[in-house]
Design a protein around this ligand. Structure first.
Ligand code: THU
Length: 136
């Protein structure tokens, strides 16, 4: 799976977005360690806070199916599905990534021309992880 192909799958996932409130369509494509890809879109709600982001939709689908090891995720989004700039994952999604992914997990942020790459360590420094529960 190339980064370019993963970004294409994120763009396709964007078309599944349910976003009548913000109008922002977001798509994500998550690459599992075994090569399986899970896609997700943002799903909004009239009460706003129950909204789930594209990244978490993809991660939760994968975890439900038994996957716990992930290599990379591609994310894209834009008003009415038009990509005008990159769409960095929100803080909640970064924290969810931190539950399952290591510092070297790769995030491809799709822009109008290509993509930018960051690691989870770059997007979520000083992260709160399970190990914190074990310190006494
Ligand atoms: N959104 C995502 O899907 N992923 C993010 O990381 C940031 C925000 C969605 C939530 C909402 O439906 C829309 O983008 C506007 O905030």
């Amino acid at each position: 799976m190339t980064p370019e192909k993963l970004c294409e799958l994120a763009k396709e996932a964007m078309t599944h977005s349910y976003s009548p409130y913000s109008g922002y369509k977001v798509g994500a494509a998550l690459l599992c360690a075994d090569g399986t890809v899970y896609t997700g879109c943002n799903i909004e709600n009239a009460a706003y806070t129950p909204t789930v982001c594209a990244e978490r939709t993809a991660i939760f689908k994968a975890v439900y199916d038994g996957h716990r090891e992930f290599t990379a995720i591609a994310v894209c989004g834009g008003k009415d599905g038009v990509i005008t700039g990159r769409f960095p994952p929100c803080g909640v999604c970064r924290q969810v990534m931190g539950e399952f992914c290591g510092d070297d997990f790769v995030i491809y942020m799709v822009g109008p021309d290509g993509y930018e790459t960051a690691t989870l360590a770059q997007l979520l420094p000083y992260s709160f992880r399970a190990s914190a529960h074990m310190q006494a």
